[in-house]
Design a protein around this ligand. Sequence first.
Ligand code: GUN
Ligand code: ZN
Length: 436
Amino acid sequence: MSSNVKAWRASIVHSLADPAEVGLDASYEYLADGLLVTENDRITGLGYARDLLPTLPEDAEIVECPNSLITPGFIDTHIHFPQTDMIASYGEQLLDWLNNYTFPAEKRFAESHHADQVADTFLNELLRNGTTTALVFGTVHKASVDAFFKAAEQRNLRMICGKVMMDRNAPDYLTDTAESSYDDSRELIERWHNKGRLHYAVTPRFAPTSSPEQLNAAARLLGEYPDLYLHTHLSENSQECEWVQALFPDSKNYLDAYDQHNLLTERSVFAHGIHLCDQEFKRLHDTGSAIAFCPTSNFFLGSGLFNLPKAEEHKVNVGLGTDVGAGTSFSLLQTLNEAYKAMQLQGAKLHPLKSLYLATLGGAKALRLDDRIGSLAVGKEADFVVLDCESTPLMKHRMQYAETLDEKLFVLMMLGDDRAVRYTISAGNVVHDRDM
Ligand code: GUN
Ligand code: ZN
């Protein structure tokens, strides 16, 4: 019988912990000439090639990857699959952008045929960019979520998605009711939650588009099923924040509008969190909730700068999000490029090892999936990427002068994009091969 053992030889790096907690040196493991061994869907070996090569079974397939760096698959903690249709739409900040571009595009997802096509394009794009897990918004339509999960299941990807709940302040063609959103979400949870590698996220769009009754319905779902996610937006744009204060006059702050409806849990992920006060950071920490930091979106919509050092000070879990289609790239490498600039504008630094953490293990921790993904520890699911350190003429030129791992990583993050992703592997399967 064949062994199904496959070994990938390259430089290998992965995070072991948050540099903010353990310091840079203890935060990672690096193997200059490493071997990553998989058997079926799992990682079964990680070490120096010279040590592990002699231990492989005779029929093991060995993939030599010169000038490459293997990292865990990237984890996108906030993205909208229906917005693949209107990424790069000109000229507006959040609220006008939603009305002028987003809502009309999302209308089309009432049609299964359209949803199926976009789900396919969207997943191809994620995998081309090395993203193996994402927390994904659908639309208000059940068909959008069925299409997404069907496509993810076919590829055996670890993915999280949910139907948007939205019962006010949006066009009629995109609204549900507190009751119908509860019923529809419940039906989708029964169909998809914890099926294979899939998980469900209860997804009220944001406080302005959900009545208090609908937020209560969302909380009821969280109480009825174990391990559900809560996925929404928080404190992204100043006008939005003022609107929330007017709609929820009894809330102490934006986050409190969700808190008063019992939506802060260990599996709650809030996108953005640009305009948070200390009290909100503290409450996020105390409830184990996470923030998705989405710099390309925050720049694109002119929303502001996320205060990562403040989140670290309060020990709030943070993952990285592209937030396509307000985000301008599916690439978490490009997203890290913009994250670096967001820190520069605040007089702070974003070390490449912290960036690696945010895109991998930090995202896994934010999603409470760090026992399965996010690093290359033996026993974890075989979700990883092979990055080509010479993916463009400029990158190849610049890499000649990159002497340390930190430098190499930084160049990859500043100059890299989908072209740098040579292979994407999910559950041991090659799900993207750039050169095929
Ligand atoms: N807030 C409410 N809906 C959205 C959305 O679709 N994108 C972004 N960036 N913010 C939102
Ligand atoms: Zn978003």
